[in-house]
Write a protein that binds this ligand. Sequence first.
Ligand code: RP5
Length: 169
Amino acid sequence: MASENKTPVAIVMGSDSDLKVMQSCVDQLKAFGITPEVRVISAHRTPAVAADFASSAINKGIKVIIAAAGMAAHLAGAMAAQTTLPIIGVPVNSEAGVGGLDALLSTVQMPPGVPVATVAIGKAGAKNAAILAVQMLAIACDDMAGKLVEFKKAQTEKVIEKDSNLSLS
Ligand code: RP5
């Protein structure tokens, strides 16, 4: 699903099998009015494409890269190695993995000087990656900042409603 449109957020995934997790990231970004560029790029299977994508991202107007992978999840780190853009890493619990802990450690344990902002394993992390990306964009965008305020307000109201509707059996 490569997009020609100029968008501030790119999502890269190590495999199309990661999309079942990353769809929640796409959906959350769309809820904020952002249609991300989405690519399948692998640090191990297509390393040259990964390096080229990361090193040319700034010139395409991308502001944040979200990178998701499972198993030996080096994609976010491979992105961070090639760009000064902020990279958000999403560890994926892939079928062949060991519960996502493999991907979490591979993503988060970056050497000093090459940070990856790592979120939780799986769909919760994928959703948070989208929100974190919007928070980064909101630093320089009042429109996004306003949408975040509305998002938080709606989230708070939902929990308050659940609290008042709680019925125990
Ligand atoms: C990783 O290996 C991918 O990110 C995926 O989570 C995992 C398995 O990939 P497939 O065998 O499903 O393509 O690189």
